[in-house]
Design a protein around this ligand. Structure first.
Ligand code: FAD
Ligand code: DLZ
Ligand code: SF4
Length: 510
């Protein structure tokens, strides 16, 4: 009979965890597909399929290694559809003497399992997931009462873990090459094709459908092309190093019509499920660059490393420092409804149509589409951050609250009043046109602020600054905007504000 029951959640598939290196005959592992996890957001179909497939493959791997595993499928008769109810059944059935779980990354589940454990009369324990560079509270301890700054935390991690660092100084001479990156796509470098992963997911799709799980996005089995094993995750990593790293930094902010991925790595899903670790990703990138330094320059490599050990660890640290308050913040008191076309992509605005259509098709949009297209518009249009969060948490394959909410409510919506960043990320058509080829093919006119077919971003941009003047005017990074606004002719100001008000009154029609 088993002594210990150990729960593995769907985003805890760490093949290299020390627990799995030895078989403990008295441990029973459990993985479960449950409605409490499929239904807390309206997930993209590919996200649910991807997580179930990855969980099932992980179970098979554990069994092959000799571990004992209990796997509950979504339509199993015994499935009580919540983590706790299933756990209680198993604890009774196997006369379990100890319950253990891996530290969840989501506040809600962490609390649930903590309370559940406290209510048990058997022994309980928690195990670290051995995935991140930093602990949950390391950021909070590092900054103390000071303003959080990604760059400072990033340099601290680089020094502490000796990443591109020699004698406490950055290899290459600079900590950050951001200024040399971020160009518009020139059209010269060929955009690599995506690595095709062969798989058959029809059974899982049918099971999800049979269970009645409500999903969004393209649910066709042939549309799914995400890694669901460690082997596939490593193949995606290798494909990125060989084909995309050489242009990653340069074009990390570029947007090109009909190109969903450009030079991005597509690794977030594999990373967030822990099928690969941030350490092995950056070790591989550093080693690859060292052997190919003539084609992969330091700005490309550093730009990539910064995303993984800079932004990713920073967001996680903020999550654990600021939850649960973070999830209720609404600095601008925005309360508008999310336009209907966020769920269909049916808008005349080319930039939004491309970003939303791509998201529905692939469960993916790259960073700048998420930040400067869908996020930018939602902020300018004064959408309720709760609704914005729900959309992001559902639609992206890589969306788990710890990294979704900090990016959405924090970085993109500035609903945290400046915890994650130091100013709101908003722009008019000017920036979007600078970084993409969308505007030339749009119904709207990127140059017009008002009048027939004036680009909505232009008037909403000034409306945003105007309506939030009391909150933003004193921000040293924004003051300039108000000087420009004040210098503008009053007649022009009214036309812009009237145009914005007209657009705000019919968001669904844009
Ligand atoms: P690449 O561009 O190739 O970057 C490499 C890796 O760096 C990513 O896989 C990711 O692990 C990490 N990374 C890059 N930027 C960030 C960031 N800002 N925060 C944390 N990690 C980062 N990322 C998620 O993983 N889940 C989310 O739910 C999520 N929601 C977002 C919501 C908004 C509004 C914004 C602006 C960004 C969000 N991001 C999220 C961050 C980023 O957009 C994605 O990590 C990235 O697009 C994933 O694609 P990729 O793997 O090709 O990334
Ligand atoms: C996102 C998700 C979904 C859709 N389904 C499951 C599931 O059925 N079983 C499971 O263990 N995990 C699932 N997940 C991932 C969890 O939501 C995630 O583990 C928690 O949010 C903790 O980060
Ligand atoms: Fe987007 Fe405006 Fe450009 Fe159209 S003109 S693509 S709406 S920024």
């Amino acid at each position: 009979m088993y002594q210990t029951l150990r729960l593995i959640l769907g985003d805890q598939l760490n093949y290299n965890h020390s627990c799995f290196s030895k078989v403990e005959p008295d441990v029973l592992y459990v993985l479960m597909e449950v409605r409490s996890e499929t239904d807390y957001a309206m997930h993209h179909a590919q996200k649910v399929v991807g997580i179930f497939a990855a969980m099932f493959n992980f179970k098979n791997w554990l069994v092959k290694k000799g571990h004992r595993v209990h796997y509950i499928r979504i339509n199993d008769k015994e499935n009580k559809q919540t983590l706790e109810a299933n756990l209680i059944t198993l604890i009774k059935r196997y006369s379990i003497a100890k319950f253990e779980y891996f530290l969840p990354d989501e506040y809600r589940v962490d609390r649930e399992l903590n309370l559940f454990s406290q209510g048990l009369s058997i022994k309980t324990g928690v195990i670290d997931t051995e995935h991140f560079f930093t602990t949950r509270l390391e950021l909070q301890e590092f900054f103390g009462g000071k303003k959080y700054l990604m760059e400072n935390f990033y340099r601290y991690i680089r020094k502490k873990h000796h990443i591109l660092v020699l004698d406490n100084e950055p290899i290459g001479g600079k900590w950050n090459y951001d200024q040399e990156n971020r160009r518009k796509y020139s059209g010269k470098e060929s955009i690599p094709s995506v690595l095709k992963l062969e798989k058959n997911l029809i059974d899982i799709l049918q099971e999800i459908e049979k269970a009645g799980v409500k999903t969004i996005g393209n649910a066709k089995a042939e549309a799914f092309n995400w890694p669901v094993t460690r082997k596939e995750s490593l193949a995606v990593l290798k494909h990125f190093l060989v084909h995309s790293l050489q242009h990653f930094g340069t074009y990390q902010d570029a947007m090109v019509e009909d190109h969903a991925y450009l030079f991005h790595s597509r690794l977030s899903f594999a990373l967030n499920l822990k099928m690969i670790s941030p350490k092995e990703v950056i070790d591989a990138a550093i080693a690859y660059q060292a052997h190919h330094s003539t084609i992969i320059t330091m700005p490309q490599l550093e730009g990539f490393v910064r995303q993984i050990i800079g932004w990713r660890e920073y967001m996680r640290g903020i999550y654990w420092a600021k939850m649960p308050d973070f999830s209720m913040m609404n600095f601008f008191k925005h309360g508008n409804k999310l336009p209907q076309w966020y769920w269909t992509g049916a808008t005349k605005m080319k930039c939004l149509q491309q970003s939303i259509q791509g998201s529905l098709e692939n469960a993916y949009a790259h960073h700048i589409q998420r930040l400067m297209i869908t996020g930018n518009f939602a902020l300018l249009a004064g959408i309720d951050p709760q609704l914005v969060d729900e959309w992001y948490l559902g639609i992206y394959i890589d969306a788990f609250e710890w990294v979704e909410i900090t990016n959405t409510r924090g970085m993109s919506q500035y609903a945290d009043g400046g915890i994650v960043g130091s100013k709101p990320y908003v722009s008019s058509a000017n920036y979007i046109d600078k970084m993409s080829n969308y505007c030339g093919k749009c119904y709207y006119d990127k140059k017009k602020r008002h009048g027939k077919a004036a680009c909505p971003f232009n008037s909403l941009y000034w409306h945003f600054y105007n309506r939030h003047q009391p909150l933003l005017e004193k921000n040293p990074r924004i003051g300039m905007m108000y000087q420009t606004w004040k210098k503008m002719d009053q007649g022009e100001q009214s036309k812009i504000l009237n145009q914005a008000n007209e657009y705000l009154s019919k968001l669904d029609e844009l």
